[in-house]
Design a protein around this ligand. Sequence first.
Ligand code: BES
Ligand code: MN
Ligand code: ZN
Length: 506
Amino acid sequence: MKISLAYATVAESLSDCLAAVVLDHNTDKSKDAKPHPLVAAGPAIADANAVMDVLAIGDITAKPQETTLLHYPKGLAAKRFLLVGGGKSSRFSADELRRVAGTAVRFVKSKDLKSLTIALPEHSAVSAPEAVRAIVEGAFVADFDPNYYASDRKDQRLDELTILAPPTSDKTQLESALNTGVIIGESQNFTRDLVNEPGNKMTPTILGERARKMCAEAGLKCEVHSTDKIKELKMGAFWSVSQGSAEPPALIVMTYEPQHKPIAGAPVIGLVGKGITFDTGGISIKPADGMEKMKYDMAGGAAMIGAMRAIARLKPAVKVIGVVCAAENMPSGTAQKPGDVQFAMNGTAIEIINTDAEGRLVLADGLCYARELGATHLVDAATLTGACVVALGMLNAGIFCNDDDMHSRFQKAASSAGEKFWRLPIDDEYRDLIKSQIGDIVNSGGRWGGAITAAKFLQEFVDDRPWIHLDIAGVAWMEEAKPWIAKGPSGIPVRSLVEFVRSFTA
Ligand code: BES
Ligand code: MN
Ligand code: ZN
């Protein structure tokens, strides 16, 4: 997709399809209040009589993602005018604009149009550079289609997106916002691409190769290790998951060094991802129903690789180390068994109660290793527990954190990225639920508070460093299409991670 800025008024644009946001300006909250829709594209829109007529006859309510297409609109030079609802003006945000842009892109794609112009909305809640970035990100997200292997997959990509800004705009500022949006949008789709691939096309080895290629292109240092190194590092928990599979594991380590050497004691961020390329459950095998979904059990790892891709290009002034522990969780004659005891890299003796609680095993060693490589602040992301999905559904991911400052920093990043995380507790008392009789801890705390006991397990490996755990089991895969995004991999939490890392620069 070619993306550019054009500086002209809405009336002048010669686009095949020009899109603009419509907002409801009615502040009356009573039940029978009528919407008061207005196009949010600057004063020039007043020339567009046709639009005003349509608004006046009441067809448009400005409801979020409502679409109305006008042909040869009076007063505009464009051939088509697409009005996209953005909800109440009082609640308008960059995130709403992301969805509006996505909706416009998916709308024109469904009509087989190849180019689209989106008018930059004028609104006090969203600055012009923020708006440019939101439109670009929303457009990339919308341009992803998951039907990779369909024989009738034609090229559905949008060829060209133009953002129409007023001629008086600060062009340097908008160009730079556009570049940031492109980097983040592309990186989110890079992650979605990895997550979308089925288990036979995304083994730990292949994931390692994809990470290596990305790092070479982005100028990052990358090492991919396998069985020998994993054993040498005494990553007994990680290895135990992979031992039942014919596919060797991959320990992927990506390093970003800022351009100027940071002062001693500066933070080093460790991003640790669960990269289970397929989770059968192992000997504690999962039911057949829905097991195919477990190809996305590497979404946390893929998010870390996508975030590193964006970080390499955005060049924040903070060192970042990405560690992805990739393995396939299979039942076989060499698989680990319930009751087995495994030793993690830091010596913790883990009693395996359930071989399907494998994500925490690979992350245990990943977190230890990130610390050993010098990470002072840790963030892990994993499709870790069904319990988290039961608790929060598919809208919010779970966030667990041992440091309130780091938590609020992350939430700030997440809210500007338009991704949702709900904090769940990790009180000390929950630790009792994972005590082992034979060793130190068990790998399953049972049914109650399953997302929390999983987080408590991980906490054993962070050694009191500021740490965030993101349980993305419910949000990594969209179970249904929305007007702005296809069904399939969501790319959450790439945008929040990138924003979080960038927050260390200021
Ligand atoms: N990969 C699953 C968790 C999952 C569930 C991800 C649904 C995405 C959607 C994880 O490895 C798992 O199997 N967890 C078990 C843990 C239990 C055995 C303690 C679970 O949640 O049932
Ligand atoms: Mn599992
Ligand atoms: Zn899993």
